[in-house]
Structure formats: C-alpha cells, structure tokens
Design a binder for this molecule. Sequence first.
Ligand SMILES: [Zn+2]
Length: 418
Amino acid sequence: MPAIAFLECVRCHHRVSAETPQTLCPIDAGSLYVRYDMDALRKTARREHPAELAAASAASLGMWRYADVLPDATPVTLGEGWTPMVKSKRYPGLFVKEEGANPTGTFKARGLGMAVTMAKKYGLRHLAVPSAGNAAGALAAYAAAADIAAHLFMPLDVPLANYLEGIVYGADVTMVDGLISDCARMVGERIAAQKAAGTPVEDVWFDISTLKEPFRVEGKKTMGYELVEQLGWEYPEAVFYPTGGGVGLIGMWKAFEEMEQLGWVSGKRPRMYALQAAGCAPVSRAFDEGAAASRFFDGADTFASGLRVPKPYGDAIILDIVRASGGKAVATDDAGILASILDWAKHEGLFLSPEGAAATAAYDQLLASGDIKAGERVVLFNTGAGLKYTDMTADAMKLKRPGMLPTSLPVGGIITPV
Ligand SMILES: [Zn+2]
C-alpha cells in the first residue's frame, strides 16, 4: 500500500498534509482528494491482486484487491467490494453492477469502510454523519467493527431498514423531521457547540459527511477500478449512475484518471450519466439549464430515498464530469421508477433499489431517444439491494400484507410437550 503524498483541493489545488485528519480545504472549503506519488506507483503498483496478499483468493479481498492504489492502513473490512457484474438478459451490452451484494446491502460500504479504516488509523473516537439512510447504516456497521462511536442523523421517513441498522449496530441515532440538508446542519451545530464548550479534542465528533473528508471518495473509486477490470481492463461506452450525493460518480472519474496514469487502461473514457428522481432532481435541472452548479431543490419528495439530496455538496464536480464525458443528467418520476422495478424483477430476476430503477428507467428513455445505441457496452449501477426498501416499495405499490389467516388449531396446539 502506498503512502499518501498529500491531499489536494479539487477547486484551488492547495495541498494539505494527510498526517492528521482533514475535512475541507482551509482556503475555499473545496473537497480534498487523496494524491499519491504516481511516478513511484507506476513502478510498484500491480494490476493484478497485491503481492503481499497473493495467498488469499483475489476475489475474496473485495475492494482491498486494489490495496496498491489505496492509503496505507490496516483495513476495517466486512467483505465490501468485488460485486457481481450481471449481464442483462434482454439488452445486449448492458451490465448491471450489483452493489446490493455489499455488506449492509449498498455501495455505501465502500466509502464508509475506507473512511472508518482511516478514522481508526488516526485514532478518532466519534464519527458523525448526516445521511439519506444507507450511509448511516454503513457507518453504524463499520464503526461497530472498529469499536468507534457512530452518531447518525437521518430523516424520519427513511426506510425502516436504515433506522433498524442504526439501532442493532448500537449507534447513537437521531431521527430528524426534515431532509439530509437539515441533518447536515444539525451535525455542524453539534460539533460547533462541542468545540465552543471546550470538549476535549478526542471527544469532539468528526464529520464524515459526503465530500467533507477525503476518504469516502477514495473507497468509492474502487467501483471504477472494478468495472474496468471486470470488462477485461477496458472502458465501457457509458456508465449509468444514480446520483444523490454523487460520490460514486466522482470517485470513478478519479479512478479512471489514476488508471490512465498507471497505464492500466486507455482509450476513450465512458460517457457518464447521472440519474435522479423527478421529485428531487437538482443536478438534472442544473444540467438542463446549463448551470455550473445546482440550486437547492425545494420540496424534495420521492420514494427513492437515497436520491433525496436537495443540494449535493459536489454538484459542480458532478456536472463537470457529466459534461466533459459527453453524458447527461436525467430524472424519472416515481411512477416510472416503480414500473422499472417491477419490469426488472419480473423479467430479469433482479429486485432493484428505487435508485437503481431510476437508472434503468432512464436507460429505456435514452435507448428510445437514440442517446444510447442498442448493443453499446453500458455499466449501470444498482446502488443498493431492493430488499432494503421493502416498506418504501410496498407503499409505492399500495401493497398491504394480508392479515393472519384464522386457524382451526387450538391455541398451544402446535407446540406441545412430549
Ligand atoms: Zn481549495
């Protein structure tokens, strides 16, 4: 594993040391990227699984098979990464990257696994996160594995699974009558209050929000390495990515840049498509308007709870990438998302998350409009398991569980002592 050379601001390129925990650029609050000595890495990094771990099966290493291009630290791992790439049965060239196979059932495991790994290395004792749901669940799991306290802030109406995860993993859970933006404000206020009260440094919470620390991107970038490796170290023509906070899309783009510098892949980078729900579509609205950044999306409302991010912190980076790659940002309404969930479940055997179905619905739309050609190689991310959203999806379908059937057996008649 390589040493981190420095952290670099994505806006002004100011460099910061990684010797101590960092949040944002001290000059302009830009997000920080992890940078390595790429000349040295070119000599040492291997495209196959890392030499020191060669005895283990490469696939069983999960995202840590890319340890050669990840920060030097002892992994806090639950087996995240190396998720299946499932070929569509109906659309030639379309692959579904099944991130629901990760621990805690979503792609969030990659970013939080990496962030908690680094928090452990830095000796941080309290991590706090505002979340649309799944990041909270993932942080709770990895913090439990690392024996670090997790403080979760999420909207009241997240899927039940996310609330339950927080509780069973023993996190400190605060349910907020509002959106992720309200949760973020509350985390910021709590931390400011702790500092103002003179709380000992080691007891002040560390804010592990999307793009407000460098390591969630670093974990998410493994999706980029993985999809290229799984295609035989070749780029697909397009990547479809459900975009809430957009860290995955940003991380993959960073991975492509690194892989090109290492000589691991060449050719034209994929067109990047950012997919949103019409009920919360700040990025696709900004894309349509030709704006450099998004505006706060008022009245965010969609059952694709992971997409309820009214103003992503990395919006300008996302829009840059989508435009530079020749892709698009597209939003689908909830009826279209639900229809795509049912279509893919019945015809392909995949129970998509509502976020994943925002991507499949957009795929249909872009295929019809000719933006995507039939047979083009497309990797579409199902960012989470549909099973994490049973309550939300059942509600969207207006499906109620039938009541218990009456039984003729007498009470206690099933289990009797012998
Ligand atoms: Zn900066």
